[in-house]
Design a protein around this ligand. Sequence first.
Ligand code: PRE
Length: 90
Amino acid sequence: MQELAQVRHEITQLDEQITKLLCERLDAVKRVGRLKEKAEKSILDEKRERQVLENVANHSTDSEYIPYLSEIYQTIMQEARAFQKAHKED
Ligand SMILES: O=C(O)C(=O)C[C@]1(C(=O)O)C=C[C@@H](O)C=C1
């Protein structure tokens, strides 16, 4: 049980780091959304999303993680698009 608590503590600390990084990512997503709006570009950029997924796969520490990371990043980008849509004409 001690070990379970220890590993969960490790996960909690990782979640805190991930949350900070996701907030920084959303800050950047907001900025890119404004730039695309000014340039009259659409929110969805499929080519860029493929590049993001490829980069994530290239940085995985274990090939076994890649399909899971891909699902996670597809959700991250789906929410990034929702966030940009919600902030249109801010
Ligand atoms: O790079 C962009 O154009 C973004 O808006 C960012 C982002 C992402 O979350 O990485 C989000 C939506 C686009 O479809 C592509 C990528």
